[in-house]
Design a protein around this ligand. Structure first.
Ligand SMILES: Cc1cc2nc3c(=O)[nH]c(=O)nc-3n(C[C@H](O)[C@H](O)[C@H](O)COP(=O)(O)OP(=O)(O)OC[C@H]3O[C@@H](n4cnc5c(N)ncnc54)[C@H](O)[C@@H]3O)c2cc1C
Length: 288
């Protein structure tokens, strides 16, 4: 591994300035970046550690939202009672990343910005309609999670920009989410398909809003608006679940590799979406 300068700025402005250097790379937990450096795939001249910036770590509750510091280790998300209750799917996705040791360092920011199509937290964050707060040399802006990845290993952030936080809305009564992935092994593997579903039901158990995020079946994770729409107005009957699966399968553009063929991934995406929807529905208190 070649030598890289290391800097840990205390302010977002300093970090943005440091990241404008073409050879600089942001560092959160390092579980992707350091592996890439060791294998020679990344050779940054400077590593800009973002963890000391105010607001980078921790979960803050406001009247209507949870603001998650983008450099919060994934393990810490599962320790925040309010977040787990409101967004169990987002937390279970983050807590599927690697192992306990990996989750002690890995962050949502790194998972999103590394731009792997199979990143586990991304479909759940998309279904949650999470908003990224991006800081850069010319100020701050917000973006949807599905707009960050541009393709495998590439993101849409400009020079100097980094994600400082993710905002998830507080939930109404009878709302929940779920994340499921399929992997050939039982753990420590890359998703062949990952699906996040978030939904809200009314007192009669009718779905009033639903969102679906899909990973590992296209160059970037996708928000599948038609899949969410297929559930709205239903009690998740078989016809609704079939329509959900068809909508999910229709947007799949997967590769075939040693973990599964394109046809297998597409079919699995439809099946997992229906299962995740049922879990989210039960968590939301839906009555079938
Ligand atoms: C053994 C092992 C198992 C793994 N298992 C899984 C798994 O099951 N599921 C999964 O999805 N991933 C897995 N990963 C990949 C990795 O752990 C995750 O992608 C993790 O979330 C990355 O977060 P990080 O903070 O460590 O990122 P880092 O390595 O710090 O950064 C990753 C990339 O994002 C950029 N970056 C980091 N922070 C920011 C920011 N705030 N703003 C802009 N750019 C930023 C970095 O420059 C780098 O390009 C695994 C990795 C290992 C080593």
């Amino acid at each position: 591994m070649s030598q890289s300068a290391y800097r840990a700025p205390m302010t977002a402005a300093e970090a943005a300035q440091a990241l404008t250097h073409p050879g600089a790379r942001a560092l959160s937990g390092g579980t992707d970046l350091l592996v890439q450096m060791k294998s020679g795939r990344a050779r940054p001249e400077a590593i800009i550690d973002l963890k000391r910036i105010s607001g980078a770590i921790g979960v803050r509750e406001t009247a209507d939202s949870f603001v998650i510091g983008a450099m919060t280790p994934c393990a810490a998300l599962g320790e925040h009672e309010g977040l787990v209750k409101a967004w169990p799917g987002v937390v279970e996705a983050a807590n599927l990343i690697g192992s306990t040791q990996v989750q002690g360092r890995a962050t949502l920011a790194g998972n999103v910005c590394n731009a792997s199509p199979a990143a586990d937290s991304v479909p759940a964050l998309i279904a949650a309609r999470a908003v990224c707060r991006i800081v850069g040399p010319s100020g701050e802006r917000d973006a949807a999670v599905e707009d960050i990845a541009a393709g495998p290993g590439k993101n849409t952030l400009s020079a100097g920009e980094f994600i400082l936080s993710f905002t998830l809305p507080k939930r109404p009564a009878r709302a929940s989410d779920a994340y499921l992935r399929f992997i050939p092994r039982t753990e420590m593997d890359i998703a062949v398909v990952g699906v996040g579903v978030s939904l809200t039901v009314d007192e009669a158990g009718i779905v009033t809003a639903a969102e679906v995020g899909l990973g590992a079946v296209a160059p970037t994770a996708l928000r599948v608006v038609e899949a969410g729409a297929a559930l709205v107005g239903t009690k998740l009957d078989d016809a609704a679940l079939s329509a959900l699966s068809r909508a999910v399968e229709a947007v799949c553009r997967p590769i075939s590799d040693k973990r599964g063929t394109a046809a297998f991934r597409t079919r699995t995406a439809g099946v997992l979406a229906a299962r995740a929807a049922k879990i989210a529905y039960a968590r939301a208190g839906g009555v079938a």
